[in-house]
Ligand binder design. Sequence first.
Ligand code: ZN
Ligand code: MN
Length: 388
Amino acid sequence: MVCGMEIHVELNTKTKIFCSCETKFDAAPNEQCCQVCLGMPGTLPSLNEEVVDKAIVAGLATDCKINGVSKFDRKNYFYKDLPKAYQLTQHFNPICQDGRITIESGKVIRIKQIHIEEDAGKIVNKKDKAFVDYNRSGIPLIEIVSHPDIQTPLQAKEYVEKVQMLMRYTNVSDCKMQEGSMRCDVNISVRKKGSTELGVPVEIKNINSKNFVRKTLEYEFKRQVDLLESGQKVIKQTRRYNEKKNVTEPLRLKESEGDYRYFQDPDLQIVFVDKSRISKILKTMPESFDKKLRRYVEEFHLPYQDAKNILKYKKVMNFFDESTKNVKDKRVAANLIINTIFGELKGQKEEFRVGISLEDFKNLLKKIEDQLLSKNEASKLIKKLMKI
Ligand code: ZN
Ligand code: MN
């Protein structure tokens, strides 16, 4: 299996990329749009600098080179969710290039580039009607493009998981796949072991869960191998994953680059990024995710999975870091968070609406350290507190 991924990540900026509309997720339809994001004639885009900063953070978090000069291009196509009939994207000169991400199994997946672009609106189908909501048009995105280094469905899942953790950790995006703030496209082809000739690629678009990424690739790999082994050909096309049937289905023939008539946007200025801007951003960034993970394991002696589960969610990590500042054995806290608090949480882990205050938790840890309370008693107490 030869697989590369393109992951779209919505940046969590306050306002959109080329206008000052807000970016909240659950606003009423078409409440967050203006003439610019509706593509009205005569309007002009104005680049939100926070978008550039966040894209640089994403690049630094994935070991990319940050380009001093990048540009915006028009990708021309018509669809009802794109009133301008072109998407602004960085086709020829992306802001970040040549990075790398180490996934769970230790394999390094090379990043070809990260470019900035705008999101399109959303089509909502209800019964026999289609509605269009432009709240999403102009939401800033980065597209993280990997080299075809992924060789198994599991590696693909691990890759998506790592991208998600890195982007959350550095506060670039909330990466909620179920809400569409992170969306995955995979390019997959197959080749015989030992052969260097690449097969015909198939693109599967908009996969919205980590498990579906894995399942999609398992299915599509088998489909392509079966085709070739029975003497048929793989057609270059775009497909989608049907989660109910667990199959991939054809969507359309794959468009080629020329179809989009890319050209540099004449309304936007060239993006210049100088060294001082990068070093300023670097100063605001936390220690690298991988380094912190290693520190949790080597210094704090947390089991690897526990360390990962804490780092995965920013609010959990902050709660852990804050509460264990003066605690010698940090494993106790990790254990209580993962085995007791996680079990009692209402709602998502990333929201970490924990029914016990940081102060109370600190006090419990202190009591355990002074041997005034057993871990078991502490766990029971936490459960009681969280039920209130
Ligand atoms: Zn707007
Ligand atoms: Mn894209």
